[in-house]
Unconditional design. Structure first.
Length: 247
């Protein structure tokens, strides 16, 4: 079997397994849409408190960042750590499947599900809440791809370091919860107190939100945020490939 065939088949199996987990599908694909629907009653009129942007225009990029973080921090580490703990990876070691195939299949599924989440959010926002089109769609697309890769790499590093599914879940949620509330992913950063805004500057998800929001609303590239996310991709890829363990 070629590595391409192995990658495709492994990704297909992993996608079916993901869709069979109602909790994972709900928190990744349904919860962000529910947040959009619940908050859509505020409308999308320009708001001086948001720099002249509409609430929906600000929050849809944030909810896209929420999808990316949910996949990278709560799904990938726990799944890979559980596979190792239960001996799934050890059994795969006896096959011609390479570590790159395992990681690549997870990345394909991760990217596909994230893109489904993005499409659903944008569709609901545009049809129901007058979401405006991105001012710089190419910049938004670039930020999205880099963010997905960065948080996938982050998740792979956690999966390599944490020995069990339970420990991976505990550490992942300890990182995930403050990130989503402080980064602007579920509420505008402008609504946070000053100390929380300063704290959020240390969180990688903050730069995902900024890298998506800036070109979406103002049409400009957030070069600083993108540079930090590219560094996250590079460091995470290097560490995850070096730290990968079958058992």
């Amino acid at each position: 079997m070629s590595q391409t065939t192995a990658l495709t088949r492994t990704a297909w199996v992993e996608l079916k397994l993901f869709l069979r987990e109602p909790g994972a599908a709900f928190f990744t694909l349904v919860l962000p849409v529910l947040l959009l629907v619940f908050n859509g009653s505020t409308g999308n009129d320009p708001d001086a408190a948001l720099g002249g942007a509409g609430f929906i225009d600000v929050m849809v990029p944030g909810y896209i960042a929420l999808v990316i973080a949910t996949l990278g921090l709560t799904n990938l580490p726990g799944l890979m750590a559980t596979y190792r703990e239960r001996g799934v990876l050890r059994r795969l070691q006896a096959t011609p499947v390479r570590p790159s195939t395992i990681l690549g299949a997870q990345l394909l599924v991760h990217s596909l599900v994230a893109t489904i989440g993005l499409v659903v959010l944008v569709a609901v926002g545009a049809v129901a809440f007058d979401l405006r089109a991105p001012q710089a769609p190419v910049a938004v697309a670039a930020a999205y791809v880099i963010s997905v890769l960065g948080f996938a790499a982050f998740g792979f590093v956690l999966a390599a370091l944490l020995p069990t599914g339970r420990s991976a879940a505990a550490v992942s949620f300890a990182l995930y919860l403050p990130m989503i509330f402080l980064s602007g992913a579920v509420m505008p950063r402008q609504a946070l107190p000053d100390w929380a805004e300063r704290l959020s500057d240390a969180l990688p998800l903050t730069y995902v939100v900024e890298a998506l929001q800036e070109p979406w609303i103002s049409g400009t590239w957030d070069v600083g945020a993108l540079a930090l996310l590219v560094a996250l991709v590079a460091a995470g890829t290097l560490l995850s490939t070096r730290l990968f363990r079958w058992s």
